[in-house]
Design a protein around this ligand. Sequence first.
Ligand SMILES: Nc1ncnc2c1ncn2[C@@H]1O[C@H](COP(=O)(O)OP(=O)(O)OP(=O)(O)O)[C@@H](O)[C@H]1O
Ligand SMILES: Nc1nc2c(ncn2[C@@H]2O[C@H](COP(=O)(O)O)[C@@H](O)[C@H]2O)c(=O)[nH]1
Length: 406
Amino acid sequence: MGEAPMFYVENLKDRVSNGFNLRFKGFETSIDVGDKTFVIGSNNNDSISSIEVQIYDKSRGKWVIPTVLGTEPKRYEGHSAILLNEDRIMVITWGSTPDDCIWFLEVDTEYVKQQKKALGTEVIAWSKGVRGDAEKPVVISGPSGVGKGTLINMLMKEFPTMFGFSVSHTTRAPRSIEKNGVHYHFTERSIMEKDIKDGKFLEFASVHGNLYGTSIEAVEAVADSGKRCILDIDVQGAKSVRASSLDAVFIFISPPSMAKLEERLHLRGTETEEQIQKRLRNAKAEIEQGKSLGIFDHILCNDHLEKCYDNLKKLLGLDGTTPTNPKPFTASKGINLPSKHAASKINNKILVKSETLGSGNPSKNSIVLDVSLLKGGAPGRTRGLNVFAVDPNPFSDCLNGIHKLS
Ligand SMILES: Nc1ncnc2c1ncn2[C@@H]1O[C@H](COP(=O)(O)OP(=O)(O)OP(=O)(O)O)[C@@H](O)[C@H]1O
Ligand SMILES: Nc1nc2c(ncn2[C@@H]2O[C@H](COP(=O)(O)O)[C@@H](O)[C@H]2O)c(=O)[nH]1
């Protein structure tokens, strides 16, 4: 069992002599992954810290400040760090709220590898850990005018506490009824391009001549509200999300015919004739790709709206077997950790025990986190954490005498 090394910046004079501008004013932990050392440090401000990561590349003898993706832990008093599977570090923060204390720092996951290639820099990505399995996000895709927005509005109206809409960014001009921050975040192309370059987007695509994209923040905002996230994105976006770690249900909505699609776009009256023709030309390719690329789990034909809506509800398990006014998906239950603790790892179990000395039986304040069934990850949440209490019997082996916390 290996304790995560923890030491204070004063002991790291060699870093300064290596030409690195030392910035941490609190304590830090260091973890070796291959030929890199990840130093996770805190900058104390009135005993509340913000977290920063610096990387020492042993092969090049250089310190690097990486591009940081995802939402990082904020306002905590310290942390323990444990390496999992050589690609991510589990960071357990001290003095955080129960729903904000388990974090994953991805250093070499598929997502991080992709982003390193795309951004041409050293990259790390944060994701918050959540207990058990939250409901999967729902990606709804299909050609313009097929009725995606209409179906999503029906779902949100009938189940307002259950679903949350991922508000995309777009460079297109708002329609008269559209509100900034509700239907879209309407933005300048140059700003959006910079944010894409900075890794703030889960996916983006050029659609009918404008840029559209789903920010990581948009998806996390819905997850934080305890609701199931719905994304309305085009087929290119769905393809990107499929390749990401966002484990979602993918639904393609197809029109009964091209003639009906054209009629709907004309009746909606939000585009010029030229724009409608462009959307129809793109629709042909989207329908072909949607039906053949193997991205989608389900294809629904939106001929009769009510029938299509019923089928959508069936797919989502809302077909009348559930109460008509279901409760929201409970925001994931938090984890009550001792405020100061040390963490150590055996196989896929992390033992977190209280650092407070003289508090009697040490196992009393200990819990075990099972990380064998982790799913998802950056960008988004890392789900599937299981939590066990350690048997308070002082003679029991703490990893045998455990029971699952509900
Ligand atoms: N089954 C249906 N039968 C007839 N009209 C429909 C049906 N479904 C939706 N509509 C209408 O078609 C128009 C387009 O629908 P909607 O705006 O929901 O499409 P969309 O797929 O979200 O389009 P976009 O991708 O451009 O945002 C709307 O006027 C809507 O009222
Ligand atoms: N790849 C993405 N596509 C998106 C996103 N938000 C919306 N869309 C798709 O764009 C078209 C056109 O939408 P409109 O509002 O201009 O009619 C439609 O197919 C949407 O699904 C996004 O974030 N990413």
